[in-house]
Design a protein around this ligand. Structure first.
Ligand SMILES: [Zn+2]
Length: 130
């Protein structure tokens, strides 16, 4: 029971990608096969730090219905320390966001379905505090 809960938490609160042990490339979301090495590649789980820099971003002013409370918000591509890029929401003042800015993941409640009580968690990026 404890193990099951722990695993569940691991999946929800960590960024687990795949690393190809043959060429060293890191993939997130994880892949079964390395596109570079194909069958020669050996893939293993890797815990990503969640730290990186803003590679590019855009400000979303007409978001999907579920996110309207938070409009406008920033969606960006983050270049992670591990060398892979991931897309995510960046929680930052609109006039402070800039390309190259250091950011890190933060896990938080993204939305709550009032009727069923289902709470969705996910990651967002926040500016790294030095
Ligand atoms: Zn590879």
């Amino acid at each position: 029971m404890v193990v099951r809960t722990w695993r569940h938490m691991q999946e929800r609160y960590n960024l687990i990608g795949k690393k190809c042990t043959t060429c060293g490339k890191v993939y997130f979301p994880s892949r079964k096969v390395c596109p570079e090495c194909r069958r020669k590649g050996e893939m293993e789980d890797i815990q990503l730090s969640g730290k990186g820099i803003v590679y590019t971003y855009s400000i979303v002013r007409a978001p999907p219905k579920d996110f309207q409370k938070e409009s406008p918000y920033i969606v960006g591509i983050i270049a992670l320390e591990e060398g892979t890029k991931i897309t995510g929401q960046i929680d930052c003042d609109l006039d402070k966001i800039e390309i190259g800015m250091p950011v890190q993941t933060e896990f938080r409640k993204i939305k709550e379905d009032g009727k069923s009580g289902v709470i969705s968690y996910g990651y967002k990026f926040v500016p790294t505090v030095h």
